[in-house]
Design a protein around this ligand. Sequence first.
Ligand code: TYM
Length: 334
Amino acid sequence: MKRIFSGVKPTGHLTLGNYLGAVRRWVDVDQHRAEALFCIVDLHALTVEHDPARVRRLSRQAATLLLAAGLEPEHCTLFVQSHVDEHARLSYLLECTATDGEMRRMIQYREKSARERARGGSVRLSLLTYPVLMAADILAYGTEEVPVGDDQAQHVELTRDLAVRFNQRYGHTFTVPKATHPAVAARVRDLQDPASKMGKSGDAGGGVVFLLDEPEVVRRKVMRAVTDSGHDVVYDRAERPGLANLLDVLAACRGAGSDPAVLAGEYSSYGDLKREVADGVVELLRPLRKRHAELVADPGYVDGVLREGAARARELARPLVDRAYRAVGLMPPV
Ligand code: TYM
């Protein structure tokens, strides 16, 4: 059976971007067509300055939200990265496969490290090696497909390169995975700054819709979204990115087959379009918020899912990572 792996990083509250770019497909499609593993990648949250209690809280919240969104433990494996040692074990072997030059070329590293340095802060070494840990997450499971938003494409490309290089050097060990992206909303933009992606840590601005935002908050954020000059509603990503973003979100809310360029023709004013987007997002998130409230009241259930998920993940990853350890020349335990 095909193997699918993907993950979400508990560095902030999950956003509409996470949902439309990744989580919704995990729920609607991926968990039903493959052996699918979904991971709260908490080790990745330590690559930037972090508050331990917050990471712990956000990890639990992310797991609860993924279940609320519709991941079903009968159909997929949901677990926390740090509960399965194989990720860190394999990451080291892949550090011995990657080069520092290719790490320094990663766009997210360049952007995040530049931002950190500009603030006078220091950059953790793990921010540089982050994509190697991500490659380990993926390769440890013999993953074929990695459903992600656009922003992760370069990391999955690197994962492919590392798998091929490792296999060439040490004999076939890893499946070479590929990224899959949604047809629309693969990169949801910040509503206040359409040049940037809508990200968890953009929480200072009003341009990020969080999955747990109250309906009135969602409406306010959407109605205040920055739009471009002009009055007609047309779909033009280069010239009218703010408008194109709203049309992408609306098309994603409407579901499969909905085309943002066609939707543009249905609206004659920005105000009408924004109202429709706000309604669409509020309705999309309503069942998720309701189910989340129910699950919060039942933490034992969430713990049980994560416990079983980690056991299953360990079972899958262990033999493959052991094989990689042997392949590179490490002596088996005696
Ligand atoms: P993270 O936590 O930033 O995002 C989780 C998923 O949501 C997608 N996404 C978006 N999609 C569309 N528009 C947006 N504005 C938007 N923001 C986020 C991301 O592409 C991702 O699919 N490095 C990863 C986590 C990770 C991972 C992995 C993913 C670690 N190991 C292995 C897949 C496989 C990350 O930071 O995702």
